[in-house]
Design a binder for this molecule. Structure first.
Ligand code: MG
Length: 314
């Protein structure tokens, strides 16, 4: 399958593909830019520091990386990118004028997918980049399928664990608050007993849709946490903001007016939610945040359900 067919087969639209060119010599950047301009979004960096910062901010789909540069070498840039979960999956192709085999072996060992030698041959560079982009997109697609809950189509628990870790690191780095919202459908066992599991599934799907509509900034995530539990990750959101978002969700689920005559808190499906917020610091992990949000959900249920309880870890 070529790149265009692959892009067309994606279940969701893929924006313009981004390629990052890193080289300390303007003439080399110009030559590579000439090959890709118009067909891809081309990002450029002239040193290692800049390259790493661009990777974190812009998430390019592939990197063409010069080996010999003043400051951080290409090899070191590659090492750092591969050590960071946020940039680990971006394929790196080394562009090198040295053709020693030892160099190539080292490059592969630290995670590069290929080599291109200078002076570049436009046809070869273009073909190799397209091949590696196609492979990268295929693995992105497989990963995204493996991370989706089959019933509700929101993220699954595995994706949640991965994203919580990434967002913890992000908020730690940026000194920003990280909030979690954990919610549970009230008396869901009684719902299933009365209306059957098929209706139960429909109910879960409807609630998941409400969640996806309410939690939709680019870094936010909604996941199915367990049977009838869902969780939202809200980076860059303080406790007040997360609590009001949870209240919006609670109202929206109620507004679905899904009949639930087995509930002790009303005649329609309702949710209870816990909220916990923390500004990550180097001395702690996200375990305390998870425990806190769990505790708040327990409190919401214990205090009568159909409500939101929140706490801030300081
Ligand atoms: Mg150089």
């Amino acid at each position: 399958m070529n790149l265009e067919q692959l892009l067309a087969s994606f279940p969701h639209p893929v924006g313009p593909l981004r390629i990052l060119i890193v080289d300390d010599q303007a003439v080399n950047i110009r030559a590579l830019h000439e090959v890709f301009r118009g067909r891809f979004e081309v990002l450029m960096a002239t040193n290692g520091e800049q390259a790493i910062a661009l990777c974190r901010e812009q998430r390019p789909d592939i990197i063409l990386l010069d080996v010999v540069m003043p400051g951080i070498s290409g090899h070191e840039v590659c090492r750092r990118l591969k050590a960071d979960p946020e940039t680990r999956n971006i394929p790196v192709i080394f562009v090198t004028s040295q053709s020693q085999e030892g160099d190539e072996a080292l490059g592969l060992e630290i995670g590069a997918v290929d080599f291109i030698s200078k002076p570049i041959n436009p046809v070869i560079v273009s073909a190799r980049v397209r091949t590696h982009l196609a492979l990268k997109l295929q693995s992105d697609l497989l990963r995204s399928i493996a991370m989706i809950d089959g019933l509700t189509k929101v993220a699954n628990r595995r994706k949640f664990d991965e994203e919580l870790d990434l967002n913890w690191r992000y908020c730690l780095r940026e000194r920003r608050p990280l909030s979690l919202v954990l919610l549970d459908l009230d008396y869901f066992k009684q719902f299933n007993d009365r209306y059957g599991h098929q209706e139960g599934d429909h109910c879960l799907i409807s609630v998941a849709e409400v969640l996806s509509d309410s939690v939709r900034r680019p870094r936010d995530l909604v996941a199915r946490y367990g049977g009838e539990e869902f969780v939202g990750i809200l980076p860059d959101t303080d406790c007040r903001g997360a609590t009001s978002r949870a209240e919006v969700i609670r109202a929206a689920v109620k507004a679905l007016k899904i009949e639930h005559l087995g509930s002790a808190v009303g005649k329609v499906v309702t949710i209870s939610a816990g909220v916990a917020t923390q500004i990550p610091d180097f001395g702690s992990t996200h375990q305390a945040l998870l425990a806190a949000v769990d505790q708040q959900l327990y409190r919401a249920k214990h205090d009568g359900r159909d409500r939101v309880c929140a706490t801030e870890i300081t």
